[in-house]
Write a protein that binds this ligand. Sequence first.
Ligand code: UFG
Length: 325
Amino acid sequence: MKILLTGGSGYIGSVTTELLCNDGHEVVVFDNLERGHREAVDPRARLVVGDLREPRPIRETMQAVQPDAVVHFAAYALVGESMQNPLQYFENNVGGGLHLLSALLHTGVKKIIFSSTCATYGEPAVLPMTEDLPQRPTNPYGESKLMLETALRWEQQRRGIQPVFLRYFNACGATEKYGEDHEPETHLIPNVLKVALGQTPAVPVFGDDYPTPDGTCIRDYIHIVDLARAHILALEQDVTGPFNLGTGTGFSVQQVIDACREVTGHDIPVHISPRRPGDPPSLVAGAEKAKRVLGWAPQFAELKTIVRHAWEWHQAHPQGYAGRE
Ligand code: UFG
């Protein structure tokens, strides 16, 4: 297949590009390199530097490439930042996404795999979270992803767009080549590993008084390679609609820190800090649909394996990717 992939210099996009190239697919990455890294774009892919907030570059690229399908990652993805600056999220994630949709319609490309999130559900009333739960996002990030899902769904009815919404839980882990390097880093596992690397003295634990067994928040940590494989399965099959991607098992912040202590052999001091606004106590995926329909099965569901892969990447790249743009 010939795939146009937006956001291939980011964390999930880089690994998906790598796996698509491994499988012999032709990949064109469209990316503005604003938050990603040129070094994270697999050299077997062709990189087109462009910004989705402008309508022309993506339309021209789509017309020139004539891809069989599009995989859309490019977006801002920080919940806290979205609360501070909602417009920024709607302009980039919705505005940019609509330019992409318009380019699809203009070129006649039907299939799009869209990087969505469990944040579109907001605070779930029941666990595990299945795809039929109401979508009531509690922050502009989740809302922006839901808005693009909605636009794609209407154009599915109207003009036969074939969208797949992959709603990720907590992406983590790494391959040998590509890993997680955000600035600033807000995610739990890389922040814990920075302590093990001696780059920060202690990791903050945002709240230990949640209604969970050890009082810390529970999340469903899904390996980046398993996420990437789900995209490939969704590309290869005649499917549309939403799929939750998680392991179905939740781990608390405390359990993640314990796993990091075991894998790294480092004490990893913590300091208990106030709750982070907007953090739900527990988010765990019901991912039976992805297993049943896509034939997807997470290979790296064990937390220690996930942490070990992340740890190997961070040890090999203690400063992340060299040349940040
Ligand atoms: N946490 C800490 N200390 C840290 C970092 C995080 O205690 O230094 C805690 C958080 O409070 C949370 C858990 O660890 O309870 C996981 O936090 P992350 O920031 O790693 O991930 P989130 O669950 O907040 O966010 C993830 C994705 C988002 C997505 C969101 C959906 O990164 O893109 O899930 O809720 F929107």
